[in-house]
Design a protein around this ligand. Structure first.
Ligand SMILES: C=C1C[C@]23C[C@H]1CC[C@H]2[C@]1(C)CCC[C@@](C)(C(=O)O)[C@H]1[C@@H]3C(=O)O
Ligand SMILES: O=C(O)CCC(=O)C(=O)O
Ligand SMILES: [Fe+2]
Length: 365
């Protein structure tokens, strides 16, 4: 079957779009603008250096939000405004290039890095109305981002690599500060999760949502929970991120000075199900492109994902089996399109795998 190649420059002005982009009734956006979801605004800078009372209040607010829907926003985060502006400019410059130049970094099947658009070849229906550029970022390898961008896109994109090397390093620093807050709010101490993510093997994803002439039948990103640990997302001023909570879709209004933070499946497992990885999606519009910069914090590939003992007891038995991020990432890239029940399906899949392996081994005599 030949699948459409999504050239945004062509399709974003058309109303006769391929049917693969049309989402079924029950999943497409509702015409009325979603009501706003008010999530706590955390002054993360003040939190870590401020007085104990302010810190306790922030810890409580974060804990409440994470138990309910896993979303909050951080301000006073210390990310340089110029760096953030550069990061957005790089997205505009990259995605407005001719398709063949973007396709130099084409994502290979089964891999999580590279340029992808409508996931041509990856999904047959309910295609997302977006283009993405994703790459790995590891604090232990400061040259990784520049080397990848120059190797795949060429020397004339070195600046993109340099801007995002700095951006990802700042995202990693902010992630560890947030991990301290999450550890505190779960009562396991500031150091626990910070240490777990000191070495991280994270994914930076640039999302570009071209205008769409049928915005009520398409989705920029379909309903899903992030399989990753923590997402730190900066959306531009267009708006489109929606969270499903209390039975309905609610929008998170963009704030230029804030990052949207949400718990992913892997951290939900690390908290033994206490903090929620929540269903969310991105809608598109017919007038202007929308961009979001999503930093997905991920542990090192082979670290065992298991909650601290203090979060497991008779009334809180283990919610998920031990697993490694490598196996969950592999699952989403090769076997299963991440949606609202990825971790549940993955958990039974991994247990069967382990039992399967047991079955393959000759009975020990
Ligand atoms: C580990 C990942 C898989 C996805 C990118 C990161 C975290 C979010 C995942 C994703 C965005 C969830 C919705 C479906 C998906 C296919 C997409 O729309 O891009 C997911 C990403 C992916 O598998 O490429
Ligand atoms: O673009 C957005 O606002 C959300 C994107 C998202 O959820 C994702 O990339 O996982
Ligand atoms: Fe997401």
């Amino acid at each position: 079957m030949v699948r459409p190649v999504f050239d945004a420059a062509v399709l974003s002005g058309r109303s006769d779009i391929p049917s693969q982009f049309i989402w079924p009734e029950g999943e497409s956006p509702t015409p009325d603008a979603a009501e706003e979801l008010h999530v706590p605004l955390i002054n993360i800078g003040g939190m870590l250096s401020g007085d104990a009372a302010a810190a306790a209040e922030v810890t409580r607010l974060v804990g409440e939000a994470c138990e309910r829907h896993g979303f909050f926003q951080v301000v006073n985060h210390g990310i340089d405004a110029e760096l953030l502006a550069d990061a957005h400019r790089c997205v505009d410059n990259f995605f407005t290039m001719p398709l063949p130049e973007k396709q130099r970094a084409l994502r290979r099947p089964g891999e999580s890095c590279g340029y992808a658009s409508s996931f041509t070849g990856r999904f047959a229906s309910k295609l997302p109305w977006k283009e993405t550029l994703s790459f790995r970022s590891c604090p232990s390898d400061p040259a990784l981002v520049v080397d990848y961008i120059v190797a795949t896109l060429g020397e004339d994109h070195r600046r993109l690599g340099e801007v995002y090397a700095r951006y990802c390093s700042e995202m990693s620093r902010l992630s560890l500060e947030i991990m301290e807050v999450l550890g505190e709010s779960l009562g396991v101490g500031r150091a626990h999760y910070r240490r777990f993510f000191e070495g991280n093997d994270s994914i930076m994803r640039l999302n570009y949502y071209p205008p769409c002439q049928r915005p009520l039948e398409t989705l920029g990103t379909g309903p899903h929970c992030d399989p990753t640990s923590l997402t730190i997302l900066h959306q531009d001023n267009v708006g489109g991120l929606q969270v499903h909570t209390e039975g309905r879709w609610r929008s998170i209004r963009p704030r230029a000075d804030a990052f949207v933070v949400n718990i992913g499946d892997t951290f939900m497992a690390l908290s033994n199900g206490r903090y929620k990885s929540c269903l969310h999606r991105a809608v598109v519009n017919s007038r202007v492109p929308r961009k979001s910069l999503a930093f997905f914090l991920c542990p090192e590939m082979d670290k065992v994902v298991a909650p601290p003992g203090t979060l497991v007891d008779a009334s809180n038995p283990r919610a998920y089996p031990d697993f490694t991020w490598r196996s969950l990432l592999d699952f989403t890239q090769k076997h299963y399109r991440a949606d609202m029940k990825t971790l549940e399906v993955f958990s039974s899949w991994i247990v069967q795998q382990q039992q399967g392996q047991l079955a393959l081994q000759p009975a020990m005599t």
